[in-house]
Structure formats: structure tokens, C-alpha cells
Design a binder for this molecule. Sequence first.
Ligand SMILES: *Cc1c(COP(=O)(O)O)cnc(C)c1O
Length: 410
Amino acid sequence: MRRDDANLIADRPTFVTHLECSLTGERYEAGRLHGLSSAGRPLLVRYDLTAAGQALSRDTLEARPTDLWRWRELLPVRETANIVSLGEIETPLVPVPRSGGANVLVKDEGRLPTGSFKARGLVMAVAMAKELGVTKIAMPTNGNAGAALAAYASRCGIETIVFCPDDTPEINVREIAMQGARVYRVNGLIDECGAIVGKGAAEGRWFDLSTLKEPYRIEGKKTMGLELAAQFGWQLPDAIFYPTGGGTGLIGMWKAFDELEQLGWIGSKRPRMYAVQASGCAPIVKAFEDGVEHAERWENAHTVAAGIRVPKAVGDFLILRAVRESEGKALAVEDVDTLRAVDDCAREDGLLLCPEGGATLAAYRNALAAGLVDAGERVVLFNCATGLKYPMPTADQTLDKNALPDLGTV
Ligand SMILES: *Cc1c(COP(=O)(O)O)cnc(C)c1O
């Protein structure tokens, strides 16, 4: 939202009442800078939903432009001037009848600013950082989060330093640098990059914006759940397949459904939530299968789907709780099946998925074969970034304009 757009959405009071430790329920004051709770767990933002429901009806909402900011009453930003927007549109639900099935829709998050759904989380976290007076931010990334942070933070003059594993996709590293952040390639995985960020934060050098280590990225990612409810006419799909790294989106959607039910906008029926991971990095799947609440660090993590190569997630118990309450599952897929799914979807349905999106399609196919889902059920797969950011197979056939072959053979 640019300042001169402020007439579209005037300043409104926020309906935030307080923040709450996701593990112990301990209360924290709103309007102050927070990281993790004293128990070392993510903080969740709580709202006065009765008052929000009086200020915003479903009809009012539906009359607004369909972007992320239509949900303003359910979001934490106090002053419109703190919102630094690059155009956070509602993302479409694209059918993939051939590679998926008649009732399979891809929520294509690749259309968002910076080409991934990290924009949802970072537009909110940066707005709140700005609102709370932060001037310097650091963050670990597998690529897309760093790109979104760089874009939003540079746009509002917040200094940004990003640390990524040294094999992060090249285009991600370059887009981070190009969008005004200082970016360092580190000889370690994302949690090891996170440790560097944590060290600097403890030394008072910057604010730590790591996934779930500040409270507002969840609120941005929550809009995926809000949007789905509106797009499905205030029903929800039967199942959601979500590529799970830190799990912010899955946790955020689960929170959104809860808030919508409290508003009386949806009923108590929930989609089954399927947390999809790669078999080379599947800590949540292992914890799910072991029946435990917290996941152990996954050693030697490897997968083509960089965005879900997260060996250890601080919100592990929140992911597992949502998956179990929803009667879903955590599913691991092989990289070959992921790559085949990307290929099939592009060739048969004309939609270029990112590898993480391909993982959800592969997981859906496995789930269908295993009888976990029925072909008649309405299913949403999340494609969290544009496929254009990732390496593609070569295509190097040439033609000599001066020695054309029989064109019937091309
Ligand atoms: C970050 C990312 C994910 C994982 O999202 P989380 O909410 O952190 O689990 C999946 N896919 C892509 C493309 C990503 O960039």
C-alpha cells in the first residue's frame, strides 16, 4: 500500500489484544518488539474477534478488492503508512486435470511479488518491524524468503543482511543481492545460517527475522487460509497438500480457519492437512510416524526442493498438532517423483511448478494410490514459487536458416 493509496484503506485500529506463547499460553504485550517466548517457542498474535466481526462483515469484505489487505481487520499492522506493498494479489486456483485430476486445484503462489509466497509473510513482518522501530534485520534463507525480505526491507529503508547455504539456487542469491540486501553464502544448512543470525541478534547487532522467531510472518501466511475460505465460498476443500519446511504456512492456515470459525464465517469442518516433505529431509514425517510432538534434527538433509530443506523447525509441534487434529498425515516423497510431477504438470497442464510444488503433486498421486484421498474429493496443492526460478532441462536443438530441413519433420 503506497501512502497515496491510503484512501483505499484508511487507518483503522488493530484488533490485536496480545500475543501468546504457542507452548505455554503465557501472555505478551502487543505493540512491543518480540522474538520467541521465554520458553523459546513461537508467539501467536491474538485478536478481539468479536470486535473485528462487528467492524467487518463478510459482505463488506467481499466488496473490497481481492488483495491481501482486504483482510486488514484480521492482521496486526496498526498504521497504513507502515505497509510497504509490492502488490500482494489474491492467487488463483488453477485446475490441473491431466497431471492431477478432475478435482485438483493448484493454488499458484508464484504470482506474488518476488515470485513466491514468502512475500505474504515478509510483507507483514517488515511492516511490523517498521512499525516497531527496527532499522536493521538479519535472516537465514533457502532463497525465497531472503528475496522477499530484501525487496520489502529495501523499499522501506531497513538495512538487511541475509545468510544462505552455499548451494542455494543461484538466481535466489542474485535476486537477494540485486534487491539491496547484503547476502552471504555459508558452508552450512539453513539452521546453521540461523545460528549466525541468532549470534548477531544476541550481540545486539540486528533483529532476527527467522521463520517463527518473530510473530508476524505467520500472520501474513495466514492469509492463504483466509483466501481459500473466500475462494471456496466459505467452505473449505477436503484436503490440502502443503510443502513443509518451517511450516509457517500450514500453521498460519490452521490459525486462519480457527479465527474464521470464531467469526462465524465458516463451520467446524476442516480440510485434512498433508505436510509434504522430501524423503531426503523429512523430520516432520519421522516425528509424525513416531507419534511424538517434537522432531529431531534431520542429518545430511538433501533434496532438489531447496525450500523444504529444513532439518529442524522451531514450530515442529505446531505443524504436527495441526496435521493430527485435521486427521491428515505427514508424507515424504522421492525427488524423482517430484521431478516427474513437475515435468508432467508443465507438459500436460501448461503450469510450471517449482520443485516444492511438484512435491505436493507427487504426494497427492501417492496418497490417491494409497487410498488416503478419494478422486472425488476437492483437493488444493500449494505451488509456493514460480517454476521460472529453478533450473530446467536443456533444450538445445538448432536450425540453420540457410539449410532448412523438410518442415514436416520439425
Ligand atoms: C519456504 C518455501 C516452502 C516452505 O514453506 P514453510 O511455510 O516455511 O514450510 C515451500 N516452498 C517454497 C518454494 C518455499 O520458498
